[in-house]
Design a protein around this ligand. Structure first.
Ligand code: NAD
Ligand code: UDP
Length: 315
């Protein structure tokens, strides 16, 4: 049995990861400062005797004894990471230094939840891991994008300089149960608007694309990456390559909810990427991983969750 640290474990992805690690028979130490995380997300995990919760901010050093670290702590939605951009950069950069230092002291492997945002508003399509990205370093998204890019730099320097075993996953847009209703992300916004028959807010003309991965697939990918051979560091794209425009997404959600909502158009936020699609050939070849859940099925389950947010998650 391993003792595994999950930072950001009370957040959307972290709560699913904690559940998966517990089900695989591990002990889990969930560390979270509850900036965007919620007790509700981990409520049922508190019943597991192998689950421990520690309120802590990873911008401060942490001294614990564990066998592996998954570093997920960081607000991920534009509304939340732009709320206190200095803290966002600190969480990515100082948080990475602290977690890498912990991993170095304990001589254990550490996985970083990086992001497709390291590609910025990409000039190549789909995005391959070799692409260096197109990020505005002084724009409103930079606290997140550049923070995550710097965290990747730190991971690779600890690997080269201290021979630390690292795993870097570049996560693309993920959705599913435990998404926060108020975090402004497109899937949660559209579902809630549709369920309440309110207008669906399309930013810009809605022709921008994203590629949405269901949370169970994503967690499976992170887990496989952590289990991979020592020499596999990534960065590796983990996402669903099926690309969808925001108009198409809105129409699917209206259809699935039977909503009477209409579409309304609002200003496109600054530096909003026009298209995004992962090239996942590496994940397929190296990890033998590819997403299984189709968008329609994933949306149906997510809609069901938003209709009954207190129901236990089945997976
Ligand atoms: P989330 O906001 O739901 O979860 C983040 C968690 O980190 C929250 O529980 C929050 O309270 C915690 N946290 C934030 N700052 C912290 C700090 N300084 N110290 C301790 N805890 C802190 O976001 P999420 O969607 O679950 O994302 C998890 C990770 O995956 C993030 O690192 C994010 O950048 C990455 N990611 C997510 C997506 C996605 O689509 N959800 C896409 C790309 C990358
Ligand atoms: N978006 C939208 N309406 C909303 C929320 C978001 O049209 O109510 C758009 C947003 O401009 C972006 C896409 O949906 O083009 C995805 O936004 P999200 O914040 O979910 O993720 P990110 O931009 O970080 O990929």
């Amino acid at each position: 049995m391993k003792r595994i640290l999950v930072t950001g474990g009370a957040g959307f992805l972290g709560s699913h990861l904690c559940r998966k690690l517990l089900k695989e028979g591990n002990e889990v130490l969930c560390v979270d400062n509850f900036f965007t995380g919620r007790r509700q997300n981990i409520h049922e995990l508190l019943d597991y005797k192998n689950f421990e919760l520690l309120r802590h901010d990873i911008t401060l050093p942490l001294f614990v004894e564990v066998d592996e670290i998954y570093n997920l702590a960081c607000p991920a939605s534009p509304v939340h990471y732009q709320f206190d951009p200095v803290q966002t950069t600190k969480t990515s950069v100082i948080g990475a230094v602290n977690m890498l230092g912990l991993a170095r002291r304990l001589k254990i492997k550490i996985l970083q939840a990086s992001t497709s945002e390291v590609y910025g508003d990409p000039a190549i399509h789909p995005q391959l891991e070799e692409y260096w990205g197109n990020v505005n370093p002084i724009g409103p998204r930079a606290c997140y994008d550049e923070g995550k890019r710097c965290a990747e730099t730190l991971f690779f320097d600890y690997h080269r300089q201290h021979r630390l075993e690292i795993k870097v996953a570049r996560i693309f847009n993920t959705y599913g149960p435990n998404m926060q209703p108020n975090d402004g992300r497109v899937v949660s916004n559209f579902i809630l608007q549709a369920l309440e028959n309110r207008p669906i807010t399309i930013y810009g003309d809605g022709s921008q694309t994203r590629s949405f991965c269901y949370v169970d697939d994503l967690i499976d990918g992170l887990y496989k990456l952590m289990q991979s051979d020592k020499d596999i560091t990534g960065p590796i794209n983990i996402g669903n390559p099926v690309e969808t425009t925001m108009i198409e997404l809105a129409q699917l959600i209206i259809q699935q909810t039977g909503s009477k909502s209409e579409l309304i158009y609002k200003t496109l936020p600054q530096d909003d990427p026009k298209k995004r699609q992962p090239d996942i050939r590496k994940a397929i070849e190296i990890l033998d991983w590819k997403p299984k859940v189709e968008l329609l099925k994933g949306l149906t389950d997510t809609i069901h969750y938003f209709q009954n947010p207190t129901l236990k998650i089945q997976s």
